[in-house]
Structures are given as structure tokens and as C-alpha cells.
Design a protein around this ligand. Sequence first.
Ligand SMILES: [Zn+2]
Length: 452
Amino acid sequence: MDQIIFGTIVTPDGPIENGWVAVKAGRIAAVGTGDAPQAAETFDASGSYVLPGIIDGQTHAGSYGGLPGLRSTTRSAVAGGVTTIVDMPYDNPDPLHTVERLEAKVGAISEHAHANVALYATIMPGQSAEDVIPLIERGVVAFKISGFESSPTRFPRIAADQAFDLLEALAPTNIPLGLHNEDQEIVRARIARARNAAESGIEAHSASRPLAAELASTAHFLELGAASGAHAHIVHLTSSRGFQLVDHYKQDGYRATGELCVHYLWFDPATDGPALGARMKVNPPIRPGQIDALWNEVTSNRVAFVSSDHSSWPIDNKFTESIFDAGAGVPGLETLLPAFFTGAEARGLNAPLLTAQQLAERPARFIGLWPQKGAIRPGADADLTILSPEPMLWDARNAHDELNWSPFDGRRFECRVTRTYVGGKLAWDGSAVVNAPGEGRYVGRGSSHWFA
Ligand SMILES: [Zn+2]
């Protein structure tokens, strides 16, 4: 064996105390307890959890810095125990909507990435739905479109007829179509109304993008998905009602899933808004009074998986007079794992198992790579994350994302990522990123599927 890691091994069946994982040639060779095989190297993580490498199902590496943004984003990923990011297509200045753009991004991954990178693609207004075929052949894991125009060139709105065509094109495949779920007309009108009323604080943000705009967009898309037979995925829902809506479609036999981001499980504009302001501005907005209800959605199995929605915006983008001029999105790769684990533990849940499911196994299934990724089992890739029970106050100045701000700044986590291995190779040693840019790989979609 190349390497043995001792600790509490979190397998898909639950944690094995006093266990070990044996790694050979970048793969997990064996998992056990008691006597371990001989190995060239050993690492004793007794008292810590050895988790499957975290897969962040929603990252925006290039929304500000373009493709070179992969470097700091994936450095931050491995420091946060994230071994694979699933990167969104809305890169600056052009989104990933052609094979040419895909090849450029794959090239940037081989130059810059510290973590593995799987890719979403998108289509632009007017583009043919048939253009998805070469992108699928080249391994994209999913497509994403938006019901709301964040930028006319980088992040456009796709109208209903084109969305329906795209769903029909994807229906014969296992490839999900994700939706950024906000109704453009309602949001634009409500923002204009709030501006006229001289509202400018974070509490006006949620009201200006009301839950009705989110849920109406969601329901509309789910119905198009049902009619086409495609896998319709809602990339972020902010309320329990959203997850229940998705679940109705699933119960009716349609392929529908809904994703949650970890900040919706931690922040409430009513209590955190005054201190955080634009630092907690995301779209769709964090709603008041939803935290407990959303944890209930997680434990009721109506959440497909939990992601960071990491956005690579510098803090300057948040310092605007009006909340409506501030950028939306927050950094989150180094807080995803400790925040989810800490929140689960505080609610008396089986935090290690739930974390392995929501942050590794389920996103791996979503991108078609289960059980090659997302599980500690023989034959799987040796992407491993060691989480130690060391309380810490998160200090965003220490982040590796070159952004160095966070809504979690000063929050207490009950755990810390002390090691990250990507493909059996140490990438983060608890204090520094120790692998080289380019050692992360482009990960194409695998053949497993979410719906049996
Ligand atoms: Zn996002």
C-alpha cells in the first residue's frame, strides 16, 4: 500500500471507529479495523473523522476573475476539504456555451486547478438545443439556465420556449437542467418600487425578490420538466415550500430535484441583517424565519444535496449605498463543510453521516460519478477529507480565496479541516495548500444516475 490513514472512517453505512483506509495508486484499496496492511506512509488521524472528499455541487469560480479564477477558488476548495467543485458556466466575460469555451476551460483547469473540477454548461438566447450534444459528449455534468437576467451577456435570461426545447433535448439523457429560479418581471418591478420608496437595506432585498417570484418560476419550470420528461433541477430554494413543491413532482413520478445552499441554513435577515448587510446578499434572498424549516427539509430527505454557491466577488462589490447595487453572492468553499457539520451537530443529528451524504454522496450521484467519488469504499478515488473536532472562530482573513471576507466571519465552528487528499495526494496539510496548480483534474460526467 502507498498509504494508510487511521481514524473514524465515515463509510456510506456509517462511521467505523478505530478504522483505517488503505490507499494505492490514487484509489482506495481497502477499508477496515484492527490490523492494517503494510504501507510506505501512515497518518494517524485518531479522534478525527475521515470523510469522503467533499463535492461542492455549485461553485462560481470565474464570475469575476474569469478562467484564471479557478486557481484561487480551488486553492480555497482544498483548504475547505472540498476535493471536487462543480463549476457553474457563468464565467467572466463569456459563459460556457460552446465546445470551444469548454476546451478553454478544461485547459485552464489543467493549468490552475488544485481540486478536481466538473463543469456545467449553458446555452445563450437563440442558440439551438442541438448544441448541447457535443458538450455532453465532452463530459459536462449538467446544464444551467436562468429565469432572470443577471447580465445580458454573461448570465442571460432564457425564455420559456427555449427552456422547453432544451428540456426536450435533454429528456433522453440523464443530464439535469438546472434553473436559477426567479421571475424577471416581478423582481424588476418590485426592485423599481423599492428604489422609488428609497428603501436601501438588506431587509428590502428579500422583499424586492419575493418568495412568490421564486416559487412561481420554480413551479413553471417543474411543469415544463414534467411535460418533457427531463431531469429538472432547481439550483437553490430558500423555503420549505419550495422543497415540498419539488417533492410533489417527484411523488408523481417526474424527475425533479431541489438544491440547498449552506447559507440558507445559517443566516436570517431579521437577526443577522443589521450586522451583515450586503455581506449576506444572495439570490434568491435568504428569507426570514426559515432556518429550522430548512433543516427539517434536509432530514426529511427532500433536499437533493447542500452546496456552497461560492461566488468569487471581492468585498468592494458589496460596498454600495443601496442594497440593490451590491453584487449578489458570497464566498463559501472554506465554510461549507464546517458550517454544515456544526449545524447538524447542534441539532443532534448524525453529523458525520449526514455530511457524507449531503456534501459527498448525493452530489456525486447528481454528476453521475457515484460510487467512484463520494464514498469511502474499495475502488473509489482516494479523495479524502479529515475533519477534526477542534472548535474555531472563522477568520476570513485566513481564507485562501483571495477574497478574504465572509458572512461567517467570527462564527464558531465545532470542527476544522486538518487534511485534504486529492486522488491520494496530500493537497492541504491543515495549515497550507501543498499540491501544485494543475494537479486537480477535469472530471467528466459518469454513468450513474440520480433516478433509478
Ligand atoms: Zn449559484
